[in-house]
Design a binder for this molecule. Structure first.
Ligand SMILES: [Cu+2]
Length: 163
């Protein structure tokens, strides 16, 4: 019994020390108190952006109780990268029927890559309990046909929030 406990304690200590020395890849930190002031997640930079290689990057900020922007437009059959962060508590970002499912933790940037195979409206619930208004924390991703996307005006491409 004592030997087993010693081994288990050693496993806990060794793995936590190794984890601290070699953090998992893709850990990006960000200051959640200054998101609105400067850097990647300022308001004017949110929504969908087209990269020089033709892929799309969608940036969103989660807060109690909304995703900003609350509607994102993307194209079918195009590499898509979601980048999210939170200003307050832990939220969850999940797109049913896709591989997109991540926690959005304040202080960190969550990045998920996907490719939509069908156009449509993907409803996006916050899937991490974040407080009293959690049940109302819904938004959506609108995926349009690939050839339709470049024809959209710049403001329509960035997000589909009703003005
Ligand atoms: Cu929530």
């Amino acid at each position: 019994m004592a030997g087993l406990l010693t081994v288990l304690m050693a496993v806990v200590v060794v793995t936590s020390v190794m984890g601290a020395i070699h953090p998992p890849s893709n850990v990006e930190t960000i200051d959640p108190t200054t998101l609105h002031l400067s850097g990647e997640f300022v308001e004017s930079n949110l929504g969908t952006a087209q990269e020089p290689d033709g892929s799309l990057t969608a940036r969103l900020v989660a807060d109690q109780y909304a995703f900003v922007p609350n509607c994102v437009k993307l194209a079918v059959d195009t590499p898509v990268k979601f980048r999210l962060t939170s200003v307050d508590v832990v939220h969850g970002f999940l797109l049913p029927t896709t591989n997109v499912n991540t926690m959005v933790v304040p202080g960190y940037v969550a990045e998920v890559r996907t490719r939509f195979t069908r156009p449509g409206i993907y409803r996006m619930p916050c899937n991490e309990f974040c407080g009293n208004g959690h049940h109302g924390m819904w938004t959506h991703v609108v995926v349009v046909p690939k050839q339709q996307f470049p024809a959209l005006a710049a403001t329509e491409r960035t997000s589909c929030v009703q003005q």
